[in-house]
Design a protein around this ligand. Structure first.
Ligand code: SPD
Length: 283
């Protein structure tokens, strides 16, 4: 677009989290402003409506943590739903598993997919062409509502922070609907915001999931470009969760190919709940 470098900041409660670089594209879709900037250290980075979504340098922290704890514990043919995830990072991690028979990606904003395919090819690359993938441009809440009971084995919620058009993805009623469309042993995996910069939302997500599902466990790690850096992912099921217990050959191979995730990392990450969150959940 232009050779001039500029600062782009995410503003959050009186702080700002910025990247400097060349803007590769800036446009407004039906839903939001979309920017891709190229930064020297983080590489290309995607911002939606003023919030950082992902960067080439740190996206593995996010996508590997969302996907592998859930999928590495599944040993049967599985149907997967991804809500959001228009940059393709979650799809890329999912297609690594041969036992997945179908992946429905439901993204509300087609422009995010188009921009990602064109400017962030490095994220999903060939995964976009995987035969098991079906891309649906639709509202995730409506999609879940019209899906029949017990349909998906795993649901990934890979959404942006709560906003006017994503609020419902954090609601009690939506999680209940997710439970309805999951198989009895199915797993809901969601990004669950930051225990620091989005503490109240984080607590609400955890409380809702604990209330609706039999089990729900949260892991903590880092996404350097997100406000405060610390982030979380929560996994819930109507049966006992035995995340990553399979340890079969394919998982060992996938683990070797990951940049961040491995079983040790995961086990530690599930024990990282900050004490202030433990106390609030207990109160
Ligand atoms: N604060 C940003 C939270 C965004 C989480 N989703 C990112 C999408 C990456 N696939």
């Amino acid at each position: 677009m232009t050779d001039i470098t500029t600062w782009i900041d995410e503003y959050h409660k009186g702080s700002r989290f910025g990247l400097n670089g060349k803007i590769l594209i800036k446009k407004t879709s039906k839903y939001q402003e979309i920017i891709v900037i190229e930064n020297k250290y983080y590489g290309k980075a995607l911002m939606l409506d003023g919030c950082w979504m992902t960067s080439l340098k740190d996206e593995k922290y996010y996508h590997e943590c969302l996907v592998h704890p859930a999928l590495s514990s599944i040993d049967e043919k599985s149907n997967v739903l991804i809500i959001g995830g228009g940059d393709g990072g979650t799809v890329r991690e999912c297609v690594k598993y041969s036992q997945i028979s179908k992946i429905d990606l439901v993204e509300i904003d087609e422009e995010v997919i188009k921009v990602s395919k064109k400017f962030l090819k490095e994220i999903a690359g060939e995964a976009w062409n995987d035969k098991r993938l079906e891309i649906n441009i639709d509202d995730g809440v409506k999609w879940v509502k019209k899906t029949k009971d017990n349909f998906y084995d795993v649901i990934f919620i890979d959404c942006s922070d709560p906003s006017e058009f994503s609020n419902l993805l954090f609601s009690h009623s939506f999680y209940k609907e997710c439970k309805r469309i999951l198989t009895p042993r199915g797993i809901l995996a969601t990004q669950s915001e930051s225990p620091e910069s989005f503490k109240n939302i984080h607590i609400n997500i955890l409380k809702s999931l604990k209330n609706i599902f039999k089990v729900s466990e949260t892991m903590y790690s880092f996404v350097p470009i997100y406000p405060s850096g610390i982030w979380s992912w929560t996994f819930a099921s109507s049966e006992d969760l035995s995340l990553s217990k399979q340890n079969y050959d394919e998982v060992v191979k996938i683990e070797k190919g990951c940049e961040i995730w491995n079983l040790n990392f995961q086990n530690a990450a599930f024990k990282m709940m900050p004490n202030k969150i433990v106390k609030e959940l207990d109160s």
